[in-house]
Design a protein around this ligand. Structure first.
Ligand SMILES: Cc1cc2nc3c(=O)[nH]c(=O)nc-3n(C[C@H](O)[C@H](O)[C@H](O)COP(=O)(O)OP(=O)(O)OC[C@H]3O[C@@H](n4cnc5c(N)ncnc54)[C@H](O)[C@@H]3O)c2cc1C
Length: 349
């Protein structure tokens, strides 16, 4: 039986950041990932995720600021380039745009408010729907590079990172928690479960409270559109009902754009064919709102959202088990801050 201070189940962005932070703090850490170190089955793959400080809620603005400093820390310690600042814009629903401006202003985050004509002159690749909030510190995170860097940094600080190893079930013991895995049992003082879309399926086998919010796992499908070289794309959120749109530059692929949370409910282990109707909706959107793109998708990604009803994150400790599920389609920008908080929660008491 292997013994460790902290066992982290799930080597996507959240589990890897937790392992990195805990190992960096001097704890003995084991990280289990059922797939390889670089896979496209979960939520953390691909080259582009939006980083933004602009939110309609003050708490997320504060968390994004914390994360910004930690992204720079991770870059400086690892030597990897992870966050490219491109600026970001929010437009669409006036109430949402006003809420974003209000919370940026209240937090003292620099931003400017532009008319659609002013914004169109500045970013001719986009067409704008009402007033526009521009936040210059937004940008793009290279998700694949982030996960690889976190694995590397966790290992450099002494973590035992095991790929192709599945955690099967857990039970409390006098020492902490015993976890059966495909490579034998592991006993830990504390277990963090950061299993993404597989978390809901694991819950019945875990000693956790039954009052966690309902999780909904959906297949989301951003697409890529070609565009002329040199076109400037800020990351963008277009607030619309019932589904907000988002997009950002995808170097080598043009621009990536997607619907936020419109996908169908899926089993994370089932095959995920491309949803042709969703591609057609995105092409119609690009034809109307993205004049800088050729509105014919060159490819589609398949990625899983694990969402709670109000899109808030779940980070809860119960006994010696910590449940870590910051997704709902907007967790990536906060990864190093979530890793620090989760490692802190696991170390408490
Ligand atoms: C299409 C899409 C676009 C997004 N865009 C943005 C964006 O622009 N900005 C933003 O901030 N956020 C964005 N997000 C959200 C963000 O990507 C997620 O919040 C984040 O990736 C969640 O990471 P995770 O570690 O929780 O899940 P995952 O990356 O899925 O990691 C969970 C890991 O656990 C492993 N695992 C599962 N079960 C077991 C087991 N039993 N044993 C061992 N390992 C196990 C899985 O293989 C997986 O690697 C987007 C998400 C998607 C899907």
């Amino acid at each position: 039986m292997t013994r460790t201070d902290l066992l982290v189940v799930g080597g996507g962005a959240m589990g890897s950041a937790t392992a990195w932070w805990a190992a960096r703090s001097g704890r003995s850490v084991t990280l289990l990932e059922r797939h390889s170190g670089h896979h496209a089955h979960g939520s953390s793959h691909g080259r582009s995720r939006i980083f933004r400080l602009a939110y309609r809620e003050a708490a997320y603005v504060a968390l994004a600021r914390e994360a910004y400093d930690l992204w720079r820390l991770l870059e400086s310690e690892s030597g990897a380039a992870l966050l490219e600042v491109t600026g970001g814009v929010d437009h669409g629903s006036p109430a949402s745009v006003a809420a974003v401006a209000e919370h940026l202003g209240a937090a003292g985050v620099p931003y400017s408010l532009l008319s659609p004509a002013e914004a169109g002159e500045r970013w001719p690749a986009l067409r704008f729907d009402g007033d526009v909030v521009h936040q210059p510190d937004a940008g793009r995170l290279d998700a694949d590079a982030v996960v690889t860097t976190l694995h590397g940094e966790a290992i450099r600080h002494g973590a035992d990172v095991r790929f192709s190893t599945v955690a099967l079930a857990a039970q409390e013991t006098p020492y902490g928690v015993a976890v059966s895995t495909t490579s034998g049992p592991i006993e830990a003082r504390v277990v963090v479960v950061a299993a993404g879309a597989w978390l809901p399926g694991l819950l019945p086998s875990l000693p956790v409270p039954d009052d966690l919010p309902a999780f909904r796992v959906t297949q989301e499908q951003p697409v890529y559109f070609p565009c002329a070289a040199g076109v400037s794309w800020p990351s963008f959120i277009h607030w619309r009902d019932p589904v907000a749109m988002y997009g950002l530059a995808a170097p080598g692929d043009g621009v990536k754009a997607g619907e936020h949370g419109s996908g169908r409910v899926v089993d994370p282990d089932a095959p995920r064919p491309v949803d042709a109707a969703a591609v057609a909706r995105m092409e119609a959107y690009a034809a109307e709102w993205l004049p800088g793109a050729v509105p014919v998708a060159t490819r589609a990604d398949s990625c899983l959202y694990t969402s709670t009803p109000d899109e808030s994150f779940v980070l809860r400790r119960s006994g010696n088990v910590v449940v870590c599920s910051p997704c709902s389609g907007h967790g990536f920008k906060f990864v190093p801050a979530i890793g620090r908080r989760t490692a802190g929660l696991a170390a408490a008491g």
